[in-house]
Every structure is written in C-alpha cells, then in structure tokens.
Design a binder for this molecule. Structure first.
Ligand code: NAP
Length: 241
C-alpha cells in the first residue's frame, strides 16, 4: 500500500500538551506536519512546541479551553489564517472520572459531557467548515473502549464516550462523500497522566504507550485517499481494560 506523504500538511491537536495528544503531535510533526497545539495549560503546550521545533518541525501554541465555543472558533480561525488550510484534526482533550454512580456529582457529569462530548462536537463543527470548503481533511476523535463497553464506576465517562462515538459515526456518514475522512480511535488503557489520580494498584507498565496509539493513527492518516478506516481499536496484549 502506497502511503501518503504528510510533509507540509497542517493539523490541530487538542489536548496536545499531554498524553495521547502530545504523542500524536510529536508523531505528526516528525512526519513533516505543521501542528497547532491546543489545551488550557500554556506551559505544557510550549514544552511540546519546543520539542517539535528542536527536531526541525513547525508548531503553533494556541491556549484553548475546549469548554468555550469562542475559544474553539479562535483556535480554528487562527490556525487557518496562519497556514491557509487544515488537513487534520485530532480531538484528544478529555478527562476521566471514576466512582460509583450514586456517589458521583452532577458537576462531574457536566464536566465529562462538556470536555469529552460537547467539545468534540464543537471542534468538529468549526473545523469541518474549513475542510468542506477544501473538500478534504481527516478528523480523528480519540474515544475509548468505554465508548462501546459498560465500565462500572465510570458512568459519566462512559456516557460521554458512547455519545462521542455516535457523533463520530454521524459525522463520518455526513462528510465521507465530500473527501473528508472521520476515524473513531478506540484505545484500551494507555499509560498517560490521566491515570495519575486514579490510585489503586493498576500495573501501568501493562498499558499501551501513547506512542503506540500515535503510530497507529499516523498509519491511518497516511493511508491512500481510496482507503477509509472508520474505526481503530487498540488493546494492550494482556487485556487491561
Ligand atoms: N489514558 C487512557 O488510558 C485513555 C484510554 C482511552 C482513551 N483515552 C482518551 O484520550 C484522551 C486524552 O487522554 P490522555 O490519556 O492523553 O490524558 P491526559 O494526559 O490527562 O491529557 C488530557 C489533555 O486534555 C487537555 N484538556 C483537558 N480538559 C481540557 C479543556 N477543557 N480544554 C482544553 N484541553 C483540555 C489537557 O490539558 P489541560 O489540562 O492543560 O487543558 C491535556 O492536554 C481523552 O479523551 C481520554 O478519554 C485515554
């Protein structure tokens, strides 16, 4: 299979300062893609941008709270103004919360829905306007095994990810005839800072690495235009989550 050369393409990566977003941004940049990094913590984005530039790549830091539609609109318009096109959107901004449903807070529910579901919708909506005008683009929404499987103790997280999978499928069906690919990325557990506050006795060495997931996404992005992968599921070999 002849891979596409990604050199010179442009991407927005939300959650680009940490974990899966950071690894994806670094992998895209290593393939020659210019990357706009978005998250709330500017210093984390600057650190990733420094790594990209030190390796000869191009990065833009655009601090963004994906809970705020105006900030998402700014992220998209700023990137578009800078580079004239947006070829790739990776939505990796997200969070997780764990605990029994009856003990969970409504604020926590709202936070999961805002960051994992509403923000995925808003990022796609604003970016698709650019991609539809181009008649090309690739959106990869980072979901979770929890988008397909009931994980007890994560009601809000699971509900937000089920919703985001439904959203991703509708988006794909709406725009696939217009040159735009939409891929649901469904990883099992990945060893990222997301797990830092989870406590317990998880063996994080048995999880996927962020680089594993980023490499798989790069493979899908670089597939020829005539091949469309609508979903990739990646599990650690020993089956954690
Ligand atoms: N780790 C896993 O096992 C795993 C497995 C499957 C799926 N996922 C999914 O992968 C995605 C990334 O998770 P991760 O493991 O890479 O976690 P992570 O290392 O904690 O990274 C999360 C990123 O999201 C950003 N973020 C959170 N809230 C945001 C907001 N309101 N606005 C903008 N950015 C925001 C964070 O930056 P700021 O806090 O600076 O804003 C950070 O850059 C999530 O959707 C998660 O559900 C993770």
């Amino acid at each position: 299979m002849a891979r596409q050369d990604l050199n010179g393409r442009t991407a927005i990566v939300t959650g680009g300062g940490s974990g899966l977003g950071r690894a994806t941004a670094l992998a895209l940049a290593a393939a020659g893609v210019r990357v706009a990094l978005a998250a709330r913590t500017k210093s984390a984005l600057e650190a990733v941008a420094d790594d990209i530039r030190a390796a000869g790549g191009t990065a833009l830091v655009i601090p963004t709270d994906v809970g705020d539609e105006d900030q998402i609109a700014n992220l998209v318009s700023h990137t578009h103004q800078e580079w004239g096109r947006i070829d790739i959107l990776v939505t990796s901004a997200g969070g997780a919360s764990f605990g029994p449903l009856v003990e969970s807070s409504t604020a926590d529910w709202d936070s999961m829905m805002n960051t994992n579901l509403r923000a995925t919708y808003l990022c796609a909506k604003h970016t698709l306007k650019v991609m539809l005008a181009q008649q090309s683009g690739h959106i990869l929404n980072i979901l979770s095994l929890a988008s397909q499987t009931a994980l007890p103790g994560s009601a809000a997280y699971t509900a937000s990810k089920f919703g985001a999978l439904g959203l991703t499928k509708v988006m794909a069906a709406e725009v696939r005839s217009q040159g735009i690919k939409v891929t649901a990325v469904i990883p099992g557990a990945v060893n990222t800072p997301l797990w830092d506050k989870s406590g317990g006795d998880l063996d994080r060495t048995k999880m996927l690495t962020p680089g594993d997931v980023a490499d798989a996404m790069l493979d899908v992005i670089a597939q020829p235009p005539g091949i469309y992968t609508d979903e990739i599921s990646l599990m650690p070999p020993l089956g954690i989550l």
